[in-house]
Ligand binder design. Structure first.
Ligand code: PMP
Length: 306
């Protein structure tokens, strides 16, 4: 964390080291914060930083807040302006990740949602790969079930829900795997600890539908769009655990993960253990798109510099 980077907190731009909250803050005590994660990709040839699907990210942040009965103090457009301003103030000329969030900022003792004041803040961090995308992931089905929408809403990107992700991620890594795959409370495949999951079977792209306790991923939406434009059949449906083992290809996707292919699940090789052709094609198009090298999806990018 670069403590002298410029962040936005309590209505002002200041050094991250000066952005402090009181220890009695409601969000710290109860996990009552909703957040987003946005990537910016620096294109050396174009000398510009491209932010990916800003509108979708900030709309989702607002929807997350609505589920949690939060009053977003700023509109999505105002938040987008702050993201662009942060990029400029930090003079970023490298890949960067933005972490905007709305949190219950009041010093309030009772775990409730109503009548607790909210605030908005954002910080940034330079970020390249989150998962190592140069090799296949070794994944394991988690012994932890994905939280259900009726337990902690998964459609709201709420910090409290990430205890579930942290439990699964640590279990996977401490058992020697790279990533966890959650089953939902019904026993169907849900998603990874912080990314959506896709399978390829007989040339079709399959992913758990949005009622399988998944986050409505913006990368997921982008991959579905790209696949359809490529003439690939896309099916959103329930996926059984053992379908993972017999899939031709499997990959994770998310803002952090980007598109990370899976080589092995529960010690069963996926396909021939190499990146599959459909995964390769989607990853190439996706990475060219986010890096500002694909005019087909130019409206997904916002350039930071004039
Ligand atoms: N699921 C979970 C639980 C996540 O934390 C993320 C990362 N935001 C995703 C899926 C992927 O969502 P997105 O593509 O919008 O980053």
């Amino acid at each position: 964390m670069e403590l002298e980077s410029i962040a936005y907190h309590q209505g002002a731009y200041k050094a991250l080291s000066e952005c402090k909250v009181n220890m009695a803050t409601h969000a710290l005590q109860y996990g009552t914060m909703v957040f987003g994660g946005v990537r910016g990709y620096y294109n050396e040839d174009r000398k510009n930083l491209f932010l990916f699907r800003l509108n979708d990210h900030f709309q989702r942040l607002h929807r997350s807040a609505r589920i949690m009965q939060m009053q977003a103090p700023l509109s999505a457009e105002q938040m987008i302006d702050i993201a662009l301003e942060l990029a400029r103030r930090n003079q970023y000329r490298k890949n960067v990740y933005f972490r905007p969030f709305i949190y219950k900022s009041a010093l309030q003792l009772s775990p409730r949602l109503h009548d607790v004041e909210d605030d908005f803040a954002m910080y940034t961090i330079p970020l390249n790969d989150y998962l190592d995308t140069s090799r296949g992931m070794r994944a394991a089905v988690s012994s932890w079930r994905r939280i259900d929408d009726n337990i902690i809403p998964t459609r709201s990107k709420a910090s409290g829900g990430y205890i579930n992700s942290a439990l699964a991620k640590s279990e996977a890594v401490q058992n020697g795997f790279d990533e966890a795959i959650f089953l939902d409370t019904r026993g169907f495949v849900s998603e990874g600890s912080a990314e959506n999951i896709f399978l390829v079977r007989d040339g079709a792209l399959i992913t758990p539908h949005l009622a399988a306790s998944v986050l409505e991923g913006i990368t997921r939406r982008s991959i579905i769009q790209i696949a359809k434009d490529q003439g690939i059949e896309v099916i959103e449906r329930d996926v059984g655990r053992t379908e993972l083992y017999i899939a031709d290809e499997v990959f994770f996707c998310g803002t952090g993960a980007q598109l990370a292919w899976v080589a092995e699940i529960d010690r069963r090789e996926i396909g021939d253990g190499e990146i599959g052709p459909i995964t390769q094609r989607l990853r190439d198009i996706f990475m060219r798109t986010v890096n500002g090298e694909n005019d087909d999806y130019r409206d997904w990018l916002t350039p930071v510099y004039k």
